[in-house]
Write a protein that binds this ligand. Structure first.
Ligand SMILES: [Zn+2]
Length: 606
């Protein structure tokens, strides 16, 4: 693909209505309107107050805490660890624009290319659906669904599928469709047997596709319909799927989660599906038996509270304990509700109905209270003061450990301490002292690593010339009309700083294509590195605060002119003396007219 059509494509993809920066970012976090912009919790650092701002007019985002910033492409690059072409392709798919652009270093068969894996999963989803609907092949799967009262409409809505009871039907079909062996294994569609042949990983299983908040099929969960000891099989971890960072059903639940300000967390796929069917549309499931930090972080982008629906047995209590420490670490409020009669939520809904479930959820108790009540019951049953003391210490140690591992801010910590004081009858001061002693004072300052690529801080070049050109860039991105007057002073080819070279080349390209009529988002679309994009957003911000555009451009241009003369002298010195004297004369004139702004110590030697 040549440059012109690539630019054209980029423009079309960026301007597609569905690719508006607010709608793309709000699939990853809850954005609240604030004046003419939107704010939300930044996904690039452990954020407790909304630090990320998204500007729909400028089509850029910026985090005031960690400095991440850029356009819609950069957001996806950083959030999903994509290269620029991959982000372009992803947003293209979203807008229904086919992107064939693929640089040489990314051959079509390459494993670990997220977009290739998505294509494979799209193919697999079609295969699973087809087999499920097959009159004879799909009968076992359909019968299983009938028994659990999963009607046709629900099955279609949730995209349930079936992988036939065959050793390699799916693997063979995939190879025939041109999918490479590497991709088959990486996506988890096939596994390699000891003698090197491919075997279907989901053989004779009911398939639940796992969809991310952007609507991509990122993985599959397969429930056995036979007597396989492994009841469930999930996609393996790969470039698009990581079980511990996925929440099943969030694609359909996220709006309700934002609306209700809490998510209900269950264990199974069918629990989620049946809950939505009964109108509980904020229900999601953690993949795997215990909830992870990554899953709670994901939910936290949409709401600050989680209600866990648990079995009312010992296992349920243990799950509540684990969830409590994860939620303390992540600064999320957690409640627990217990489904009676040893039933799972799906069974309970079918037997007891909607109102009974509503009562269960409404009756959710704070997990802190729950844990403390249990400790107190034990204390009261025993009666000894020594025992009481050690139970309190146990409780506080539990909280202290969770705090030490997390990134809770001072305000939430203060609220927590006050609640602990209320529960235990100790003073706020006593609790603070104890917590700090128990956690070795680590709780206050520990910051956990973000799950995303860290935002590297970018440092611009530092020579006088580089500073002058950065100054010009800073003005131009705020006031593009000034580019007319400086066009001739910018020579990307002569700059050493590769970032400055890239930015100025992009600016000149925009100028040639659009004149002075371009925006910061236009510039960002030309820049592939996320760190550089973040730096440019920061520069735009600072530049706007400084103002004095004309004056600053003028000084910078004078500096560049001076630098050019000095260079000319350096090169003329050895060769032609007339040319040399001419250059000296010009430089002296320049000195006379603008002396105050320039450092002319080199000139004074002549
Ligand atoms: Zn941030």
């Amino acid at each position: 693909m040549d440059n012109l059509s690539r630019d054209n494509l980029k423009e079309r993809i960026r301007n597609a209505p569905g690719n508006d920066i607010v709608s793309v970012i709000s699939e990853h976090l809850d954005l609240q309107r604030k004046g003419s912009t939107y704010v939300g919790l930044c996904p690039f650092h452990p954020d407790t107050h909304p630090s990320m701002s998204v500007n729909p007019n400028m089509q850029i985002f910026k985090c005031f805490a960690c400095g991440a910033g850029g356009d819609v492409f950069k957001f996806l690059q950083m959030r999903e660890n994509l290269t620029f072409p991959q982000a372009l392709e992803r947003l293209g798919l979203r807008a229904g624009i086919e992107v064939n652009f693929r640089p040489k270093r990314e051959p079509r068969t390459a494993a670990s290319d997220p977009n290739m894996l998505l294509r494979v999963n799209n193919w697999a989803q079609r295969y699973f659906r087809q087999k499920f609907l097959d009159k004879t092949l799909g009968e076992t799967a359909r019968e299983y669904c009938r028994q659990r009262e999963l009607g046709d409409e629900l099955i279609e809505q949730w995209g349930l599928g079936y992988c036939p009871d065959s050793w390699d039907d799916m693997s063979k079909a995939a190879m025939k469709a041109g999918i490479s062996e590497n991709l088959l294994i990486e996506s988890g569609i096939s596994v390699k047997t000891k003698n090197g042949t491919l075997m279907d990983n989901y053989k004779h299983r009911l398939i639940f596709p796992i969809i991310d908040t952007m609507g991509n099929y990122i993985g599959f969960g397969g429930r056995t319909l036979g007597d396989d000891k492994r009841k469930y099989v999930n996609s393996p971890a790969n470039a698009i799927f990581d079980k511990s960072n996925c929440v099943y059903g969030l694609d359909k639940a996220r709006h309700a989660v934002v609306r209700d300000k809490f998510a209900v967390l269950v264990e199974g796929y069918t629990d989620v599906i049946m809950s939505h069917h009964f109108g509980f549309d904020n229900v999601v499931a953690a993949l795997g038996t215990s909830v992870t930090d990554g899953q709670i972080r994901l939910i936290k982008r949409f709401a600050g509270q989680v209600v866990m629906l648990l079995d009312s047995d010992i296992a349920g209590r243990a799950a509540a304990d684990r969830a409590l420490s994860v939620c303390i670490r992540q600064g999320v409020d957690v409640k627990a509700a217990f489904v009676p009669d040893g039933k799972d939520p799906c069974e309970f809904l079918l037997s007891a109905g909607e109102d009974a479930m509503r009562d269960v959820i409404d009756g959710a108790v704070d997990v802190f209270d729950f844990k403390w009540r249990h400790l107190k019951e034990e204390i009261e049953a025993d009666g000894s003061t020594v025992e009481k003391h050690s139970s309190t210490v146990d409780f506080l140690r539990f909280v202290a450990e969770a705090l030490a591992a997390g990134s809770i801010d001072d305000i939430s910590r203060g609220l927590l301490v006050r609640r602990l004081a209320g529960l235990t009858g100790m003073s706020v001061e006593q609790i603070n002292t104890r917590l700090e002693r128990l956690s070795g004072n680590a709780g206050r300052n520990m910051v956990q690593a973000s799950e995303n690529r860290q935002v590297k801080s970018f440092k611009p070049g530092n020579s006088a010339m580089e500073k002058a050109v950065w100054e010009i860039v800073e003005v131009i991105i705020n006031a593009p009309s000034n580019i007319d007057s400086i066009r001739e002073y910018i020579e990307p080819g002569k700059l050493d700083d590769i970032y400055l070279k890239e930015v100025t080349a992009a600016l000149l390209k925009l100028y040639d294509a659009k004149g002075c009529d371009f925006t910061l988002a236009d510039l960002l679309a030309e820049i592939e590195e996320t760190e550089l994009a973040s730096f440019l957003v920061k520069l735009a911000d600072e530049g706007e605060k400084k103002q004095f555009y004309t004056e600053r451009i003028h000084s910078a241009v004078e500096l560049i002119k001076y630098n050019r003369k000095a260079e000319a002298i350096k090169s003329a010195q050895a060769s032609d003396s007339d040319q040399f004297m001419q250059a000296i004369k010009e430089l002296k004139d320049l000195h006379k007219s603008n002396g105050k702004n320039l450092r002319l110590d080199t000139l004074d030697k002549w």
